[in-house]
Design a protein around this ligand. Sequence first.
Ligand SMILES: Nc1ncnc2c1ncn2[C@@H]1O[C@H](COP(=O)(O)OS(=O)(=O)O)[C@@H](OP(=O)(O)O)[C@H]1O
Length: 331
Amino acid sequence: MIRNLQYRPNKLSQHDFHWTVRTRGQYDASIYTAPEGEMPRKRFPQAVIIGAGKCGTRALIEFLNMHPQVVAAREEIHFFDLDHNFHKGLTWYLQRMRYSYSDQITLEKTPSYMWTQRARDEIYRLNSDMKLIVVLKDPVIRLVSQAIRNRDKDVSESLLVQEADGTLSVRENLHPVYWSIYVNYIVKWLRKFPITQLHVVDSSMLVKDPAGEVQKVERFLGIRPVLTKRNFHFDQQKGFYCKRPFYLQDIICLGNEKGKLHPTLPPEVKVLFYKFYRPHNEKLFKVIGKSLKAKQRWRPSNTDFRRLRDSLLAFADSLNPILNKELSRLD
Ligand SMILES: Nc1ncnc2c1ncn2[C@@H]1O[C@H](COP(=O)(O)OS(=O)(=O)O)[C@@H](OP(=O)(O)O)[C@H]1O
């Protein structure tokens, strides 16, 4: 159940308001009209992008925020993962949200929730119906992305260790390394939340076809199908899609901190990484496939199961050829 605390702000800034309020009159009324006679208020999220860090979570929330029924929090809130925020309490958390109407969904993203036990427990306690969105990327590319962010000068050197016999192996005890073992975390979320409340976004598809990926999320969230290819523009210079909101002629891209150039790893290092993640990926597809099948036996017509199965299979389909290609070098 969602609980809503009363909040009386002393001073409002324009950031407290979603664009549907801020730019009213600058877009066609058919795009969005607030429920008649209703005052907007702050609400706890009904959906959270829980991770995974470096997989495109910022791009996803920015894209979804173009939807008139999605009211995204502006910043990463880090409420459930950081002690000093969590101890500020739920009222503090609620204050970080923007005002919304009853037909809008408040959305928050903090990419480290995926890896945090307290996030699983406390999100469930706040709202056991919470919809969870997780963006997944090729684990090796995620690992490299995080290593660059951590300013590791030499990715290979920082993530590999030389054994006594001279062979190289992956440093399993480093968090950039084990955070890419998605199955360990997804299984834990699925012990708390039903599989119907989880949606997987394939990061590589988000990059190639953002409209297609956000349309899947629209269906998952049960909101009007509004976003189309017209809301996206491929920026040649950036090499990524940027957003084209309804109320602007302009195109808005993510900042330079997103979409960094990755170093080319030596082939033998790449193979080591892919070999390391292979069993974990196989387990991910097996574990989720198995729980999907189990559920389907007793609810065969549930479209939610089909949707999640399809999103996972799509992720497996895009990842498997990469894995196979890299691993074929081993033979
Ligand atoms: N449209 C678009 N524009 C720019 N960047 C995009 C886009 N779609 C996905 N990405 C990828 O997002 C990666 C950063 O992921 P996150 O936003 O989840 O990072 S963070 O955890 O919030 O720091 C970022 O990783 P790096 O390439 O390592 O910078 C991008 O690959």
